[in-house]
Write a protein that binds this ligand. Structure first.
Ligand SMILES: Cc1cc2nc3c(=O)[nH]c(=O)nc-3n(C[C@H](O)[C@H](O)[C@H](O)COP(=O)(O)OP(=O)(O)OC[C@H]3O[C@@H](n4cnc5c(N)ncnc54)[C@H](O)[C@@H]3O)c2cc1C
Length: 465
């Protein structure tokens, strides 16, 4: 055992050494060992599916994810809904591939519940923990994928304009470099493209879709039994004191956990998630709104102790609806989407409606010409305005298409950006951004990356039909 004198002696010895060492240090960025053809940044299903498809085609893949697990907004944001894999009339299956296989496996495991094929709001409720466990299995069982968790993309190095040679990541070892031949930016925020100096754009903050901190709650079923008219929509009214400026939110069951409910009722608007200060503010603001919602419910709808509404789990990451988009070789227009334009380089088909989370309300626009808008009235309550954005006519489309050219950054030789960073007009984006669509873009990017490497093609020429 050391006495006081012993401790003092140690301190005297240690202090000068630490000082000298610190003064002489420079930041080194060693290479990660491994020889990679394709580097995928971001590990939602978009990134995971890209990695799986590139590896299946023979590429050695590094899959970099800043969280401790895969799944992106589904697992880090707790969002439990995939939309229908069928055309809007429910008659034609338009989405297959890894999305369908994953959904089928989760249904088989009892970790997902499928609704009617023509349901315009929900295709399948997923247990997102089940999804995360399945993605672990898929990645670990794949040959040629090296996963890097808790690893954040921090910079990109180009050896000539438009040609990325390596990414720099921050992990528990400090900064490290991962070299590769082809890069897939599945960060959702176009981080890799921005860091590589490729063109990106973003809407003014006020026009970006709002973000939401999601949570799992206990006690909703008890409230509904005691107060049959209870609904979270009620709580947005000013009289309940939750001090919310928005009126729209939604709930979902937690598959496999009767008694628990998923809630997406917070809304942080005018926030650009590519700005670190905005993102920090958004995390605090989303959680503060959640606190106020739960407190307002418990004040207005009293329950016995132990049965009150309580938060069981808060999403580790605020759910981000929109941030930076790539400057692609083609910007998908709203007419392309709503009139169901066919593309010769189609990589994804979708039937989910245009869904725009405005500052306070929401707008839905459908391929059949209908439009629904929830607007806030002067007394803080809301009303739905239902109409049409186009007149009724024969032969309306029942799905839309997303072309490869919208995930190819302009001027990029060896980069693709599938997922919500695609180049897309604001209203079209309201539909493209959902997971079943991003998943398909990811698969296409993985296959195209492998093709580009095999045939020596530039990203723009590597579309796989
Ligand atoms: C509250 C909310 C509700 C929604 N509801 C639905 C719904 O019901 N159904 C639906 O289909 N869609 C829904 N969406 C939209 C959908 O979830 C997203 O648009 C979609 O998940 C985007 O996928 P993505 O892969 O492009 O991005 P993300 O899901 O955001 O995935 C990006 C991944 O990259 C990682 N990453 C980011 N930056 C870095 C970095 N620098 N280094 C390393 N890793 C990084 C992230 O951790 C994440 O894993 C909702 C969105 C929100 C926010």
């Amino acid at each position: 055992m050391l006495g006081a004198a012993g401790l003092g002696g140690l301190a005297a010895l240690a202090a000068p050494q630490t000082k000298t060492a610190a003064a002489e240090r420079t930041v080194s960025v060693p290479d990660v060992s491994g020889d990679f053809d394709v580097v995928v940044a971001g590990g939602s299903c978009t990134g995971v599916f890209a990695a799986l498809k590139a590896a299946e085609a023979g590429a050695r893949v590094a899959l970099v994810e800043m969280a401790g697990g895969f799944g992106g907004t589904a697992t880090q944001g707790l969002v439990p809904v995939w939309h229908s894999l069928f055309s809007t009339d429910g008659k034609r299956r338009i989405i297959g591939g890894l999305t369908a296989q994953t959904e089928e496996e989760l249904v088989r495991r009892g970790e997902a519940r499928r609704l009617a094929a023509d349901n315009p709001a929900v295709g399948t409720y997923l247990n997102v923990a089940g999804l995360q466990l399945l993605l672990d299995e898929m990645v670990l069982n794949a040959k040629r994928i090296t996963p890097f968790l808790h690893t954040r993309l921090a910079a990109a190095e180009c050896d000539r304009p438009g040609h990325v040679a390596a990414v720099v990541v921050a992990d528990k070892a400090g900064l490290r470099r991962i070299r590769g031949k082809f890069f897939i930016d599945a960060t959702g925020d176009a981080d890799l493209c921005r860091f590589a100096g490729l063109g990106t754009w973003k809407l003014p903050k006020a026009e970006m879709q709002a973000h939401t901190t999601c949570a799992i709650l206990a006690g909703v079923d008890g409230l509904r039994r005691k107060y049959p008219s209870f609904g979270f929509g009620e709580i947005t009214k000013p009289k309940y004191g939750a001090k919310l400026e928005h009126v729209f939110g939604w709930e979902a069951p937690v598959i496999g956990a009767p008694g628990l409910d998923f809630l997406a009722y917070t809304r942080v608007s005018a926030c650009d998630p590519s700005l670190p200060e905005d993102l920090t503010r958004a995390e605090f603001e989303g959680r503060a709104q959640l606190r106020r919602i739960v407190d307002a419910v418990n004040r207005a709808f009293p329950m016995p102790a132990g049965e009150r509404l309580s938060v069981v789990s808060i999403a580790p990451h605020i759910g981000l609806r929109e941030s930076c988009h790539i400057e692609g070789i083609y910007r998908l227009t709203t007419d392309d989407l709503l009139y169901g334009r066919h593309f010769d380089d189609v990589i994804a088909k979708g039937s989910y409606r245009v869904d725009i989370h405005e500052g306070a309300g929401i707008t839905f626009r459908y391929l059949d010409g209908r439009e629904e808008r929830q607007v806030v009235k002067s007394d803080g309550s809301s009303e739905w305005k239902v109409g049409r954005w186009r007149t009724e006519t024969e032969g309306l489309p029942t799905w839309y298409e997303i072309p490869y050219r919208s995930i190819v950054p302009k001027g990029a030789e060896n980069v693709l950006a599938p997922g919500r960073a695609l180049d897309c007009a604001r209203d079209a984006y309201g539909a493209c951004r959902v997971m079943v669509n991003c998943n398909q873009m990811g698969e296409a990017a993985g296959r195209a990356a492998a093709k580009a490497l095999k045939k020596g093609l530039k990203a723009a020429d590597a579309h796989v039909g």
